[in-house]
Design a protein around this ligand. Sequence first.
Ligand code: 1GP
Length: 245
Amino acid sequence: MIYDWIVKQVLNGGKIFALLLDPDEYNDQSLKHTLIEAGKTETDLILVGGSLVTNPVAPFIQKIKENSEIPVLLFPGNLLQISDNADGILLLSLISGRNPDLLIGNHVAAAPMIKSSGMEVISTGYILVENGKSTSVEYISNTKPVPSDKPDIASATAIAGEMLGFKLIYLEAGSGAQHPIKTEIITRVKKNIEVPLIVGGGIRNPEDAKNILNAGADIIVIGNAVEKDTSFLKKVSDITKKWDL
Ligand code: 1GP
């Protein structure tokens, strides 16, 4: 099970690198190239999804499966991004927001199909944090992010998520965010929860990745920077590798 593996890594002090693949940003050739490059590095997980995805997710995952052994988790921005050929799903509840559809409504609609697919379900408390500009996830989700200068709100939200039983907490700056999540927020959240912490959005250079991991992220997610330059895969996985015992 992927979640058990994540917990084991975290308990051993390891760090995890997840590559986010947005079906709208890749063609067959660039996808294959990226997967070959990822296979040469210690890229641990592949997430598939985005706030707004117009290409079908199922054939995209099929192509990933034909070219890579890395486990694939759905990271669905909406119900159209659920497909049963992934290894698992981050079942996201947008707990920083007050949009009932993204807290529980869509989950009710999708639950029977997800259950019958047999894929691994990892319930995830998803916390959007404000980062300088309005992001797609903020607009599409119609929710307000946590202010970036309020680590206490981010932390209280994460604690509530853990108490409600979420198995992961995900701090999201939004794809293409101007800045990654501030380290003060990451440190504060990490100090107050036991479940693994994922951080993503706006990570564009190895220094950002290092700071975020040092601040307490267990898993980092990178999308845009790899779309622009696949050499970033090795730069990041060299950093996460250093934590492995
Ligand atoms: C996943 O949205 C992030 O949390 C990915 O963001 O595309 O900015 O790396 P980037």
